[in-house]
Design a binder for this molecule. Structure first.
Ligand code: SF4
Length: 371
């Protein structure tokens, strides 16, 4: 067996160890795994019975023993620009991912890596709800399988780009994210080019170093959101542990190694980080760096008191950066009306669940009292 096939099977084992174990126990030839792999990652099947290349008895046995999918789709919010999907996991948690429909025909899937987030950035809906757990490799894979199936069945299209900008800090689940990156990228699996896959991080430096050293040319985005150390520590607590200077040094290392620019995400928040002074500081920070600044207008949500800046303030900020030669774009907030801030749908679903649990607890407490 060639090294390439062996590596490919190793990846399959990482995602579905129980299936591989079962097939090995039955002494099923290795090419059967390749057939299953092809059916899942190229045809997006939902059940083993759909793999007509497998013997009927094997399909039946597999369907009897294993669920291919652990997610249940709870709801999908659709606008002309995005489709946001909310899933319930096997253990009753909520996860969301978003497909973004760009005008130039790109279809970007924004994936989640954790269920809520422990980093606790002050402006973020995901960080405002208690962190539950990290996603498994299978759950990382399922987000893309669902998205591919949805695009294929409804539009005869496919996901062209991936960004890790959904719920969670991907580098705090890096052992799993590392495998997911390979599965998204490998030609035997989803086959999405590394240059079309972006990992966005708030700056978990030890893991960022590991990410930078991966051999593939994955792209890097930094959740920056403040142009100086003091303000960043105030709105993003992780900065107290991994300060801005060290983060920028690591980004410089990425540029030196990969010869690729870094994207810096900067959400403009009214009265917090949107003044002309902040813009000047940001210019100083970006000067002489291979960088692109993505400005976003803050999306108000019920989990924070921060507000959206006025349009003029945003344009002044944007124009100032541009006039100083910074590569900058003003990203449209996708679907302001459709709960598009990451973690909002899940936040609501979690709130509903907590409410139901509280009511149930109250009922059982009353039952105990009356008993
Ligand atoms: S912005 Fe990212 S890192 Fe910060 S709390 Fe939200 S999900 Fe976590």
């Amino acid at each position: 067996m060639s090294q390439e096939i062996q590596d490919s099977l190793l990846l399959f084992r990482e995602i579905y160890p129980e299936i591989v174990e079962f097939l090995e126990e039955k002494k099923t030839p290795k090419f059967r795994i390749k057939q299953i792999q092809h059916a899942i990652f190229k045809e997006y099947i939902t059940q083993f019975s759909q793999i007509t290349t497998l013997p009927k008895h094997l399909r039946e046995e597999l369907d009897e023993k294993f669920n291919l999918e652990t997610f249940t789709l709870i709801e999908a919010h659709k606008t002309s620009e995005i489709t946001k999907m909310l899933f319930k996991t096997f253990d009753g948690q909520f996860v969301e991912c978003v497909i973004i429909f760009h005008n130039d025909n790109r279809r970007t899937l924004c994936v989640s890596s954790q269920i809520f987030c422990a980093v606790g950035c002050k402006f973020c809906a995901t960080g405002a709800t208690t962190f539950k757990r990290s996603l498994t490799t299978k759950e990382m894979v399922e987000q893309l399988v669902f998205a591919q199936r949805y695009l294929k069945n409804n539009f005869e299209e496919e996901v062209t780009n991936i960004v890790f900008m959904g719920m969670g800090e991907p580098l705090l689940n890096f052992n799993v994210v590392k495998i997911a990156l390979q599965v998204y990228n490998s030609q035997d699996y989803f086959g999405i080019g590394a240059r079309h896959i972006t990992v966005s991080t708030s700056g978990v430096l030890p893991k960022l170093k590991e990410f930078i050293q991966m051999q593939e040319q994955f792209r890097l985005a930094i959740s920056l959101h403040a142009p100086n150390n003091e303000l960043r520590s105030e709105i993003m607590p992780i900065n107290r542990r991994y300060p801005l200077n060290d983060l920028m040094a690591m980004c410089d290392e990425y540029v030196a190694l990969k010869n690729k620019r870094v994207s810096y995400e900067y959400v403009l928040i009214n009265g917090i980080n949107d003044s002309l002074n902040h813009a000047k500081e940001l210019v100083d920070l970006m000067q002489h760096r291979l960088a692109h600044v993505n400005l976003l207008m803050y999306n108000e949500h019920e989990f924070s008191d921060y507000t959206r800046p006025k349009y003029d303030t945003v344009m002044n900020f944007f124009n100032y950066l541009k006039s100083r030669g910074i590569e900058v774009s003003l990203r449209k907030s996708m679907g302001k009306d459709s709960e598009s801030a990451c973690g909002q749908l899940s936040g609501h679903a979690q709130k509903e669940k907590d409410k139901k649990n509280a009511q149930q607890m109250e009922r059982s407490t009353q039952a105990v009292i009356s008993y």
